[in-house]
Ligand binder design. Structure first.
Ligand SMILES: Cc1ncc(COP(=O)(O)O)c(C=O)c1O
Length: 377
């Protein structure tokens, strides 16, 4: 249907072989592939984090919120510009999400300043999202959280492979959460990872992942254990072996994939320069290295975005919106209003996401840009 879709999987025979080798092995969940994927991911983050593979990014966030001890009456500061999962997991434990505004029309991330304005005596944690793969100003945010005794949760769904000041995104937070959903930089269908440097928190996360049980089915299969204790109530947020095997292959492809994303983003930037379209994160510090997850642009104020989306569709180009604001959702419109977050309000009205994926060609970027500029005429 699409000439150029928003995202395309970067899969080949390696992913096929990885999955069929798991099927041939006869062991489908929580086995050697999970251990290998968690260990490789820990190395990828810098080597000092425990990594716990889970069923999706939302499960990772839910576990992080539970492990941070967030509960009824608490507040958690989240970016106003993010995917709804960040607010949903806070609501799920009976706490209240508080929206921090984006820094500016160039830097769409939350900043230490925007977080500070939202801190109250009830604040328990902060979720920092590296929007589109661009790192938040982590040293300042991390210091602020330390100063106020707040748990810093990094939502790294957009940013595996990104770094700030030479330190990986996902290595700054007390707890960090990754998503490996189909359209992510590392795609396995459904999957996620929670990371922490704290041994006790890691143990808590392992219990939360698997019913609070003290041994795994694999331990009993291998004769290492006969039965199990339940240390605390937990959930079933486990990842299976097929997905872990896919994760190992995709992790191997990630640096080259991110590099290609960077080149394509640069091409978009050059082609759009001087036009009526602006791209955010133009003014990044040299310390910041993005994972270039998506390609967001800001349309001129006077343009009807729906008309542009339809016109692009007619040219065979898929576009998207990251994100509709919280106050547009039935579940959140009572609680949130645009007035408190003027920058995010403006972004949400004018943002359009263009196609970006590692196997995209230069010619495809040029076609998207010329089509968009034509649609705006
Ligand atoms: C910023 C952000 N946080 C959390 C999630 C949730 O991840 P998942 O879809 O794996 O549950 C996503 C995924 O779409 C996301 O983009």
């Amino acid at each position: 249907m699409w000439k150029i879709q928003l995202f395309k999987l970067n899969y080949d025979s390696r992913e096929h072989d990885a999955v069929s080798s798991v099927i041939k092995s006869g062991w489908l969940t929580m086995g050697d592939k999970i251990i290998a994927f968690e260990s490789a991911f820990s190395t990828f983050l810098g080597g000092s984090s425990h990594c716990i593979a889970v069923s999706n990014g939302t499960a990772a966030l839910h576990m992080a919120i539970l492990a941070a001890g967030v509960g009824p009456g608490d507040e958690v500061i989240i970016p106003a510009l993010t995917f709804v999962a960040d607010a949903n997991v806070v609501k799920m434990v009976g706490a209240t999400p508080i929206l921090a505004d984006s820094s500016s029309l160039d830097d769409w991330n939350i900043s230490a300043k925007s977080i500070e304005r939202c801190i109250s005596p009830r604040t328990k944690a902060v979720i920092a999202v590296h929007y589109a793969g661009f790192p938040c100003e982590m040293p300042a945010i991390s210091n602020l959280c330390k100063q106020h005794g707040l748990t810093l949760i990094e939502d790294v769904a957009h940013a595996p492979g990104a770094s700030f000041a030479g330190r990986s995104c996902g290595d700054w937070g007390d707890i960090s959460c990754f998503s490996f959903f189909s359209n992510k930089n590392l795609s396995i269908g459904e999957g996620g990872m929670v990371a922490t440097r704290d041994d006790a928190v890691a143990q808590r996360l392992r219990y939360l992942r698997s019913h609070g049980m003290t041994t795994l089915t694999l331990d009993r299969h291998k004769g290492r254990a006969i039965t199990y204790d339940v240390a605390e109530p937990g959930l079933n947020y486990r990842m299976d072996e097929m997905r872990a095997a896919l994760g190992l292959v995709q992790l191997d492809k990630l640096p080259a994939g991110n590099q290609r994303r960077a080149e394509l983003s640069m091409r978009y930037r050059t082609r759009l320069m001087g036009s009526v379209i602006s791209m955010p994160f133009n003014d990044q510090s040299s310390d910041s290295y993005s994972a270039y997850h998506i390609l967001p642009v800001l349309l001129p104020e006077t343009v009807d975005r729906t008309v542009v989306i339809e016109a692009m569709k007619a040219k065979g180009i898929q576009t998207s919106i990251h994100y509709p604001p919280f106050w547009s959702f039935t579940a959140y419109k009572e609680q949130f209003s645009p007035g408190t977050c003027p920058v995010t309000t403006e972004i949400c009205k004018r943002e359009l996401t263009l196609p970006l994926f590692p196997t995209m060609t230069d010619d495809e970027v040029d076609y998207v840009v010329s089509s968009l500029l034509e649609c705006l005429k």
